[in-house]
Design a binder for this molecule. Structure first.
Ligand SMILES: Cc1ncc(COP(=O)(O)O)c(C=O)c1O
Length: 425
């Protein structure tokens, strides 16, 4: 076994973009500058931990709303709870003026408990029980209906609850392939609106679509154009009852997508071989401007609708950080942490790059090292390098900005789940 230092320092692990390298260093520096308070947060709680920053949740929520509201008169964002389902996160979203977008009865229950008064319930295959829960909370819940069958079931649930519920209909963005499981085809919109006009307990007031993983607004803009054409063929009398268009989520955060490239190295010292690349993402202001432009051109002349959006990742990625400790050091370039990636529920860091920062031995130098978790699977990996002046058992490592699709995917597999603690500024 070597000395306290890990593998040779590496200034640039296959980075192709100087600007990106600087961004990574700035990010690392911003965490090193507050390493004392972060380590203090771990003291008494132990690791692994998720550190939640409510102030960041508020800032991101407001920034998203401001970006769209500067182009659209009537805009409302709903935080997509699937992205991070901790109740405190939902509460902060509501405090910042957002509604909540839920995709199951479980999420709906949590959303109701926050006191939120503006809840969208979307998703395929809603059960009768879930529809009943929505119906008895009709004053606070708008159901985004996924099919003709679900329209019938929601009508029955609302009749049973003795209420009339506001609803919208989800439109599929792809009529072929795996995405066809969501919503109804655009070609059925007229039929859906006329069928629903005959329902006693459901009032259709809106339309919804969603495209995922958008690095630019191109997919949303294209669908808005298709929707405008389809609306042009529908009886204007049916369109008149519509009040909102929900343009879904899928806005990639402005830092872009950070990916590892190349083969998974297996031989000792091979961690240094891993390259990485960043896929750029448009700033949220560009999403807002281009989507608003498309709406003004293709939708508003036919129907002056209020616009809803369901951002998850854009808001949640920076709100939580993952903290783990080094449990074992097996070689200069191989350490095992006390936690497994079961705390995030998937093998994210086989493909995604995130700087692993050693708060206990702070340094802006990045060293190659396989930072593995403690599950009985070789796919349990946190990273292929760390920033630090060496790495030793007991050291505290942080993975910054990991709030999206981690906490809500955690699974009880071999190792315990992580606790979440709140850190204030
Ligand atoms: C219908 C719907 N709305 C919103 C979202 C949130 O997407 P994102 O977290 O990428 O913004 C999703 C994600 O799958 C979704 O399916």
């Amino acid at each position: 076994m070597g000395g306290a230092h890990g593998g040779d320092p590496v200034d640039c692990l296959g980075l192709r973009e100087d600007g990106w390298q600087k961004e990574i260093r700035d990010l690392v520096l911003s965490f090193l500058q507050r390493s004392d308070s972060l380590i203090e947060a771990a003291t008494g709680n132990g690791t692994p931990l998720f550190l939640f920053e409510p102030d960041v949740m508020g800032e991101r929520s407001r920034a998203f709303t401001d970006a769209f509201s500067s182009h659209l008169e009537d805009f409302q964002a709903f935080f997509a709870m699937k992205c991070n389902n901790h109740p405190d996160v939902a509460r902060e979203a509501v405090k910042a003026g957002l509604g909540l977008d839920v995709s199951s009865g479980l999420e709906l229950q949590t959303a109701l408990e926050t006191g939120c008064r503006r809840i969208l319930f979307s998703g395929p295959g809603k059960t009768e029980k879930e529809l009943e829960l929505a119906a008895i909370n009709a004053a606070r819940v708008t159901v985004l209906i996924d099919s003709f069958g679900e329209l019938e079931r929601l009508d029955s649930a609302a009749l049973k609850a003795g209420t009339v519920i506001t609803a919208g209909v989800r439109l599929t963005t792809r009529e072929d392939g795996l995405w066809r499981k969501f919503g109804i085809p655009l070609s059925s919109l007229g039929e859906f609106l006329s069928t629903s006009a005959g329902k006693k307990a459901v009032r259709i007031r809106g339309l919804q679509f969603h495209t995922s993983w958008n690095l630019t607004p191109e997919a949303q803009v294209k669908f808005i154009e298709r929707l405008g054409k389809a609306l042009g063929t529908v009886d204007p009398g049916l369109i008149q009852s519509l009040r909102f268009l929900d343009i879904g989520g899928g806005y990639w955060p402005e830092g872009g997508e950070w990916l590892l490239t190349g083969e998974l190295p297996s031989s000792p010292g091979a961690a240094r071989l891993r390259g990485r690349e960043r896929l750029s993402a448009a700033p949220v202001g560009d999403f807002a401007r281009e989507i608003a432009g498309a709406l003004k051109k293709h939708i508003f002349p036919l129907a002056p609708l209020k616009i809803y959006a369901e951002p998850g990742r854009w808001i949640a990625d920076r709100i939580m950080h993952i903290m783990v400790s080094v449990a074992d050091r097996k070689a200069d370039d191989l350490v095992i942490t006390d936690a497994g990636t079961n705390i995030i529920g998937w093998e994210r860091y086989e493909t995604d790059y995130v700087p692993v920062i050693n708060l206990s031995r702070p340094s802006l130098t990045e060293r190659p090292c396989l930072v593995a978790g403690s599950l009985c699977t070789p796919h349990d990996i946190w990273g292929w390098s760390y920033f630090g002046e060496g790495i030793e058992p007991g050291d505290i490592l942080i993975l910054p900005n990991q709030g999206a699709y981690t906490w809500s995917l955690r699974q009880q597999f071999i190792k315990p789940l992580a606790k979440m603690i709140t850190i204030e500024d």
